[in-house]
Design a protein around this ligand. Structure first.
Ligand code: BG6
Length: 487
């Protein structure tokens, strides 16, 4: 078959994205300590309240004391820890050029503040990287993906405490040194902006433990510590690893105004600015003026140490990565029907878009807009490190799984990527979220599936964990083979 020029560069990094806590399982194996993710219990649908899966201090203590018995899906997940060879062979069969994984920090430093790393944890990732490299799959590694060592929460209240910067840089230096010949692409924090929505998930912070301060005060202080830590990690990576590329990672929620009322336009701009604040800092190396005003108006005081601003300025990231699942629409006018609970104030349903079974608004053109907007704002290389459709899948009697909805979603998004590349966007790669079914963050369930590979496990944790190929498996293989030509 003759291939046309899709615009995607030679060596475009097609692949999939995962996080340790959502697929590894083996939560207490080979010296691993507990992490914040290991404490997120399974909540039946009827008891769920809002988006956040954050937990409370007395709950954690109750679990540790054995007084509370719950089920924690991420502790066992899909047992990738023991099955990664089988899974890697499947990724290789699809032709993956890259796989995004995260290192579970508590495998390396079980308590987070240990002086010495845990050799068994380091060895696990050595073996995992070797397995990837055997197939020519380039590792793309997140240092921190919603999995802060739990002891850092209990002892220091997570990233609210400045000491975390030191513990994180020790961890970063350890893994950079160890894997310097195996890993070239690193991300410092997954969805760094999530700390201002879910401080426990994003940074192991229990806001209730700082009763004299507002939620935002605590969250933005923690974010500041992560900015400094991210810059220091970027500096270290460049010192230790030849040819390294370090990226920031943002949950991008592109926001549209609902009407052309100037108030709506300004509101949407403000939403985008608040979201892009994080990349502004990590790419441009400074806090934007508008945030200074926001902090002032909301009585938020960021405690900075002398030298922080210089560190942030001196060590910006090399590329920008982000997750993209949906767009948001906001208005100051009329009735508001919230799309994502408190996560996005003033958001309303966009009548031009369909939604997933979980109410996420599907907007492929929004991805094109987002890419072009990033490009115009920063002029840096971009990497889409998460995108995909969470859906219910049905296994037919003969074992086959037909998922045309997933193919449609991905195809439409990749088509828009092509347009963005023609526009001039420098796109490094695309890693579809959850190439193998894994535990969802927002629901803590298995049944919100993203994979090309099905995993036999239900929401209650029953199943054989056997892997099987969905129709989308063969589709994505073809996409990669033709560098995005045959969609
Ligand atoms: C991103 C996270 O927010 O979205 C992932 O980085 C997460 O960890 C993904 O799994 C999809 O969200 P969910 O809630 O469907 O799992």
């Amino acid at each position: 078959m003759a291939m046309t020029d899709t615009g995607f560069k030679k060596g475009f990094l097609w692949g999939g994205a995962t996080a340790a806590n959502q697929l590894e399982g083996a939560f207490d194996v080979a010296g691993k300590g507990l992490s914040t993710a290991d404490m997120i219990r399974f909540v039946p649908k009827e008891e769920r309240n809002g988006y956040s899966m954050d937990v409370k201090a007395d709950y954690i203590e109750g679990v540790l004391a054995g007084k509370i018995k719950d089920r924690f899906p991420k502790r066992t997940a899909i047992d990738f820890y023991h099955r990664y060879k089988e899974d890697m062979a499947l990724f290789a069969e699809m032709g993956f050029k890259t796989l995004r994984i995260s290192i579970h920090w508590a495998r390396i430093f079980p308590n987070g503040d240990d002086q010495q790393p845990n050799e068994a944890g380091l060895k696990f990732y050595d073996d995992l990287f070797d397995e990837m490299l055997k197939y020519g799959i380039e590792p793309l590694v997140t240092l921190s993906h919603y999995e802060t060592p739990l002891e850092l929460t209990r002892k220091y209240n997570g990233w609210h405490n400045r000491k975390l910067i030191g513990f994180y840089t020790r961890y970063a230096e350890t893994v950079f040194t160890r894997y310097k010949n195996k890993v070239k692409y690193w991300l410092t924090f997954n969805e760094i902006n999530v700390i201002t929505h879910s401080p426990y998930t994003g940074g192991g912070v229990l806001v209730e433990n700082v009763p004299d301060k507002t939620f935002e005060q605590v969250a933005y202080q923690a974010a500041h510590h992560q900015f400094v830590a991210s810059s220091l990690a970027t500096k270290l990576a460049h010192e230790i690893i030849p040819g390294v590329q370090v990226g920031c990672m943002l949950a991008r929620m592109t926001t549209y105004p609902v009407t052309n009322h100037p108030d709506d336009i300004l509101l949407a701009q403000n939403h985008n600015d608040m979201n892009l604040f994080f990349t502004d800092v990590q790419v441009r190396g400074e806090y934007p003026k508008l945030m200074e005003r926001y902090f002032e108006e909301n009585d938020i005081v960021i405690e900075k140490k002398i030298g922080d601003d210089e560190i942030i300025k001196q060590y910006p990231v090399d590329f920008i990565s982000f997750s993209y699942y949906m767009s948001i629409s906001v208005t100051t006018q009329g009735e508001k029907e919230s799309v994502l609970g408190n996560m996005v104030k003033n958001s309303v349903k966009n009548p031009h878009l369909e939604t997933s079974d979980w109410g996420w608004q599907i907007d492929p053109k929004g991805l094109r807009y987002t890419l072009q907007d990033f490009h115009n704002r920063y002029g840096k290389p971009l990497f889409i490190v998460e995108n995909g459709l969470g859906a219910h899948d049905k296994v037919e009697e003969d074992g086959s799984i037909h998922d045309p909805y997933r193919v449609d979603y991905l195809r439409q998004h990749i088509e828009q990527m092509k347009e963005a590349v023609k526009y001039g966007v420098d796109l490094l790669g695309y890693t579809a979220w959850g190439p193998i079914d894994l535990i969802s963050v927002s629901t803590n369930e298995m049944s919100k599936r993203y994979g090309f590979i099905y995993v036999d496990q239900d929401d209650e944790g029953n199943g054989t964990l056997a892997r099987s190929k969905k129709d989308s498996f063969y589709w994505y293989k073809k996409v990669i083979e033709t560098n995005g030509d045959d969609l």
